[in-house]
Design a protein around this ligand. Structure first.
Ligand code: SF4
Ligand code: SF4
Length: 352
């Protein structure tokens, strides 16, 4: 399909039209004004918007990835009642448009689609995914800790309905699905992109990639599974994990981490209740605790090492994906600054 153009003022009208048609639109909000911490530069977050002016498309990275709308941090899966004896699954019903998703986060969503489609399928996730429209935007601003250019995540070929690139005076739009094509009809004054505009898009992408290259892996990310082979006893795991608080932040902010815990909450008379799931994280001390009190990753260094193997080897062996897209969130938000995959993987490569 050929590329289209939306003029800058047309985009506002497009978003206003989406909202007018009673769609729930989630966009990126700039939270710098809300921070009360002196010197805090603020952060960006995905949240529902009521008008086009509330969202920005010019952001580097959000605090939490858009996965929170596909796999909520807390979710009721079903309710049960012993009299008259019924189980009712809570199926997601909301239609959602997420506006402004960077390629690395779309790649992470594509990975979750694969994981939750594998047997046994996760119907709650898949139903939400079916009801979610993704409008991507190419990254122009680069977060200080980002390294998506060295993880093959600077652009994405699929998984979006529309993909926008800001080329200055207008947006170049790539249509990724039938849903995207019909949405685009709501945008005013669209037209086919001229060859010069397509060239400009490639230039914008190349410049962003170059900026991101300032922080990069010293080798191809496809070497990660073999690099990790034989490094299970490397001193880095003990050395760095001494500073780990086991807070789980690196898991919770990661767009490719999807582990959850499931719990039944039962009424005091044991007659009714609900089954709920919440995010979990392999860095948390009780993540691998099992019935009887045993914990097969009770040692902090084992949990710390597990995350890097999960990113660079375990998911690759099962699903063929390297489960790090280089967003840099873990690295930026770890209170001890020990979670950066670039620092760890480059050191393993150097063999020191
Ligand atoms: S491991 Fe870190 S850099 Fe990689 S995708 Fe997860 S949060 Fe982003
Ligand atoms: S964010 Fe840092 S301190 Fe917290 S669990 Fe992860 S590695 Fe440890």
């Amino acid at each position: 399909m050929s590329l289209a153009i939306i003029e800058k003022e047309g985009l506002h009208l497009f978003v206003a039209e989406l909202l007018r048609q009673k769609n729930t639109v989630v966009g990126v909000k700039d939270q710098s004004a809300v921070s009360s911490i002196p010197g805090d530069s603020g952060f960006y977050t995905y949240a529902p918007i009521n008008s086009p002016g509330e969202m920005t498309l010019s952001f580097d990275v959000t605090l939490i990835p858009p996965k929170k709308y596909l796999l909520p941090a807390y979710e009721q899966l079903l309710t049960f009642n012993l009299s008259p004896g019924s189980i009712k699954a809570d199926a997601p019903k909301e239609e959602l448009i997420i506006f402004g998703v960077h390629p690395y986060d779309i790649i992470a969503i594509n990975q979750m689609d694969k994981v939750f489609s594998a047997v046994p399928q996760d119907n709650h996730y898949l139903e939400r995914r079916k009801r979610t429209t993704i409008i991507g935007i190419d990254s122009v601003k680069v977060a200080p800790r980002a390294f998506w250019s060295s993880m093959g995540a600077d652009t994405v070929a699929g998984g979006f309905d529309l993909m926008l690139t800001d080329i200055g005076q207008c947006y170049v739009v790539d249509v990724g699905s039938k849903k995207g094509a019909s949405l685009l009809k709501m945008a005013p004054r669209t037209r086919e992109a001229a060859p010069a505009e397509v060239k400009e898009r490639d230039k914008v992408r190349a410049e962003a990639r170059k900026r991101c290259d300032a922080n990069r892996l010293s080798f191809s990310y496809l070497e990660l599974p073999s690099l990790l082979d034989g490094n299970e006893e490397h001193v880095i795991w003990e050395e760095k994990s001494h500073l780990c608080f086991s807070c789980g932040t690196c898991n919770l902010v990661c767009p490719t981490c999807y582990c959850f815990d499931v719990r039944d909450d039962v009424s005091i008379d044991l007659k009714k209740g609900s089954r709920n799931r919440t995010w979990d994280g392999c860095l948390l001390s009780d993540f691998a605790r099992v019935a009887g009190g045993g914990n097969f990753r009770g040692h902090r260094a084992d949990r710390y090492r597990h995350r890097f193997y999960r990113k660079g080897q375990f998911i690759y062996r099962r699903f063929g994906d390297i489960a790090c897209v280089g967003c840099g969130r873990c690295s930026a938000q770890c209170p001890s600054d020990i979670a950066d995959p670039v620092a760890v993987f480059n050191r393993l490569k150097e063999g020191i």
